[in-house]
Design a protein around this ligand. Structure first.
Ligand code: NDP
Length: 401
């Protein structure tokens, strides 16, 4: 018997709640809370129609620690799954500490006024969670999340002496819109327009955003252009695997997407500093989010597949080896199953799996953890069982770029 409180009724929250509702023996009670009750009602209705399962809903502003604390005290969950925005991470962690409840999220904390996502704010909670016998699992989505578990699995079973890591994130899907982001536009655009950073020989190397392009032929997708970026799992992976000589993250973008983004940047629409408009302060990027398609609505028109995985080179038993471990996920299959496109699906499923492994005790231990610090095997087994099948291939040589 376990009760989970999910905060954030967006694209990822919808998938996670659907997948939890399919596992009644693990998630015997589900409460979904969000800033707007209407967002929760829509998911509550969809879960009842699709799966015949009732969930509880509640309204909460998770920026307000007192409100979240009161909600946790009232609903008495065993675990809070934070699928709201990265801005709420610390406030929800504070509410978990105040009430003695375990915590999980899918994205690291980011201050609203600075596009800077780093783990140090959340790692600083280590002692407080450990002292209270509570666990906080950070970044249990796909990237971060599955890519961290893939790294741990490769190190454990395939390339014990890892030298280089490349995480390749390809969305080969087409949503039929001129310009849309596949998850929260504000968070997505802040991430993409930030300078690229990769880990090389013990230091960060910074390059201008989207300045390093590379074509790559992705399994089941075909050739796409990918761009070097900074992504948050590089921070924890370079810390937990100091033997890595290089760690990079790449993401694919189509030419039309980048042209739109360039224009929006040039006209100032991606800025996060407030501007005065008719006597009222507005943040251009937040206004842009309001006029862009809702990522939650893209599912019905999206076709194609994602392909996200890790290429690792190094040695296994003294022999040079390069492996590529990846997952393909089909947008239309996700929509048929839970009414969402694959980007929300590939994040919501790992959130459910992380929660399940905490609640059944497999991963539960006091302190603040990134996923690579825990045994990858049970997580990898659940990926195969719950819609994110993975496979690996041997590459003839390390990546040539
Ligand atoms: P959405 O914008 O679709 O959903 C976020 C939800 O959070 C919204 O429904 C919104 O509520 C709710 N919310 C926002 N602010 C508050 C608040 N103050 N209090 C309570 N609820 C709030 O985003 P996604 O579902 O696409 O993304 C969710 C999270 O997943 C983000 O943190 C994102 O960064 C992360 N993510 C992680 C990935 C990974 O692979 N690790 C990949 C993709 C996303 P309402 O509708 O009620 O207004």
């Amino acid at each position: 018997m376990s009760h989970v409180l999910v905060i954030g009724a967006g694209g990822v929250g919808s998938v996670a709640v659907h997948k939890m509702a399919m596992l009644g023996e693990r998630f015997s009670k589900i409460t979904l809370a969000s800033r707007r009750l209407s967002s929760c009602e829509a998911i509550q209705k969809a879960v009842a129609q699709r799966l015949g399962r009732e969930i509880d809903i509640a309204q909460v502003d998770a920026d307000d620690v007192a409100q979240t604390t009161a909600l946790i005290e009232k609903t008495q969950p065993d675990l809070v799954v934070n699928l709201a925005l990265p801005y709420q991470d610390l406030a929800i962690m504070d509410a978990c500490l105040a009430t003695g409840v375990h915590y999980l999220d899918t994205a690291n904390y980011e201050p609203r006024d600075e596009a800077k996502f780093e783990y140090h704010w959340q790692w600083a909670y280590q002692e407080r969670f450990a002292e209270k016998g509570l666990m906080a699992l950070l970044g249990s989505g796909f990237d971060p999340g599955v890519t961290n578990v893939f790294t741990a699995y490769i190190q454990k079973h395939l390339v014990s002496d890892m030298k280089t890591l490349d995480i390749l994130d390809c969305n080969g899907g087409d949503h039929g819109q001129a310009f849309a982001t596949n998850f929260n536009p504000e968070i997505n655009i802040r991430e993409i327009t930030a300078p690229a950073r990769h880990w090389a020989k013990g230091a960060w190397v910074e390059t201008p955003a989207l300045s390093h392009k590379q074509a790559y032929a992705f399994p089941e997708v075909g050739e796409r252009n990918m761009y070097l970026m900074y992504h948050e799992e590089l921070e924890s992976l370079s810390k937990h695997y100091p033997e890595l000589e290089r760690a990079r993250f790449w993401m694919t973008f189509g030419d039309a997407y980048l042209t739109h983004l360039e224009v929006l940047q040039n006209v100032g629409m991606t800025a996060i500093e407030p501007v005065l408009y008719e006597g009222k302060e507005i943040v251009p990027l937040q206004f842009l989010k309001a006029v862009l398609p809702d990522p939650g609505d893209l599912g019905k028109t999206t076709s194609g597949k994602t392909c996200i995985g890790n290429v690792v080179s190094g040695q296994q038993a003294g022999v040079e080896r390069t492996v590529y471990l990846y997952n393909n996920c089909d947008h239309e299959a996700c929509f048929a199953e839970v009414g969402s496109q694959a980007v929300s699906y590939t994040t919501g499923v790992p959130a459910m799996i992380g929660a399940a492994l905490m609640l059944d005790g497999t991963w539960m231990q006091p302190g603040v953890f990134n996923l690579e610090q825990l045994d990858p095997d049970p997580f990898m087994a659940m990926l195969n069982q719950h819609g994110l099948r993975w496979q690996y291939v041997e590459l003839d040589a390390p990546l040539s770029f």
